[in-house]
Design a binder for this molecule. Structure first.
Ligand code: FAD
Ligand code: SF4
Length: 330
């Protein structure tokens, strides 16, 4: 049986007190639903002796105002999945959250914890004995990456299902830090190095309080497709998020494709301008899928070979676009 290390759990009464506690205990970690943090502590992945509980202090729920959908970082995934406002305004996000882990996790897990999730790796998310037997790695206690075969950087996977879609939808993140409030566009949150801490471009005290997404306008639609080994519970081996806006006759006004779970930073696919101002026919879809696969560089830090996940990137991008398109001149 894996046991928790000895930790002190601080229970602040307000967000400000939580951040102040972090300043007094700089190595402390915020504890939301604990569905990832607790197993990681049991695996001795963090050298902390202080947890700061976020229960009852984080904002929860969904509000729609001023052209934005605002989501409390403390909202439970199970509540968001069923939330009528979210299902009306951002159905793709509700559907993506329904694909996170298994039902018991979703009953406890928060959206904030999902956005701020640590990166994952086959050589890291293991017991201390397992890691010691192989030789420790750059992410914890070592100086070598078993995936890339050098000590340059950690390429553990950013395997949180909310990230690609929130990036495609251009979400803004509201943090409270020791220096005051901080707004970070999610497209600039994730670092290219997966080491913890440091995998997010935020100060260590940064407490995520809310997520704001522009409310859909016109014919904007979005979707998220997830590839995993077992549909009942597993992390993604690949996530493809697409946000598409077409005019009333089916011409593409904007198109964003984001690839997740391939490396520490979700990848915003570039050079898709050729798809704008025209219908999304099969030829365009095939070309977008080919560009996405070309720009995908899957690291073998999680299950599934790099070649296979690259091929599947094209397949899932194509499927996502087919599911969203309005035929030209409909
Ligand atoms: C078996 C298993 C399967 C899983 N499958 C998936 C999956 O398919 N997809 C997926 O996305 N996730 C998966 N997870 C991971 C996890 O369950 C979810 O990502 C969940 O949403 C995490 O939320 P939480 O509230 O439990 O976060 P916690 O575990 O409490 O925290 C996660 C991390 O975020 C930090 N944190 C939490 N809240 C905040 C905040 N408000 N501000 C700043 N930092 C914060 C914590 O310090 C910690 O580092 C899985 C986990 C397990 C154990
Ligand atoms: S990608 Fe490399 S450095 Fe990062 S956790 Fe895996 S083995 Fe360690």
């Amino acid at each position: 049986m894996m046991r928790l290390p000895e930790v002190r759990v601080h229970v602040p009464a307000s967000l400000a007190e939580a951040v102040a506690l972090h300043s007094r205990h700089p190595g402390a970690l915020y504890l939301a639903g604990g569905t990832d943090l607790i197993p990681n502590l049991k695996h001795r992945l963090y050298d902390t002796s202080d947890l700061i509980s976020l229960s009852r202090i984080l904002p929860v729920g969904v509000a729609v105002a001023d052209g934005e959908v605002s989501l409390g970082a403390g909202s439970l995934l199970v509540d968001l999945i069923e939330d009528p406002a979210l299902r009306t305004h951002l159905p793709a996000l509700a559907e993506a959250l329904a694909l996170v882990a298994g039902p018991l996790h979703r009953n406890r897990a928060t959206l904030g914890g999902n956005v701020m999730l640590d990166t994952r790796c086959l050589y890291y998310n293991q017991t201390p004995a397992w890691r010691a037997a192989l030789g420790h790695c750059l992410k914890k206690d070592g100086d070598f990456c078993h995936v890339i075969g050098s000590g340059k950087r950690c390429v553990a996977a950013r395997a949180n299902d909310s990230a690609p879609l929130l990036m495609a939808l251009d979400a803004q993140l509201d943090f409270l830090t020791a220096a005051g409030p901080l707004v970070v566009p999610i497209r600039r949150l994730y670092a290219i190095d997966g080491r913890f801490p440091g995998h997010c471009h935020t100060p260590p005290s940064a407490l995520l309080t809310g997520i704001r997404v522009p409310a859909p306008r016109g014919l904007r639609r979005a979707t998220y497709r997830k590839v995993r080994r077992r549909a009942a519970i597993d992390f993604p081996q690949l996530g493809v998020a697409v946000a598409l806006e077409q005019d009333e006759v089916g011409r593409t006004a904007s198109l964003v494709v984001v690839l997740g779970a391939l490396m520490p930073e979700p990848r915003l696919v570039k050079q898709l301008d050729f798809a704008l101002g025209r219908g999304l026919d099969d030829t365009v879809i095939d070309r977008v899928a080919a560009v996405a696969a070309e720009q995908a560089h899957p690291q073998e830090s999680i299950h599934g070979s790099s070649d296979w996940r690259k091929e599947v990137t094209a397949v899932e991008t194509r499927r996502a676009l087919h599911s969203l398109r309005v035929p030209i001149g409909r």
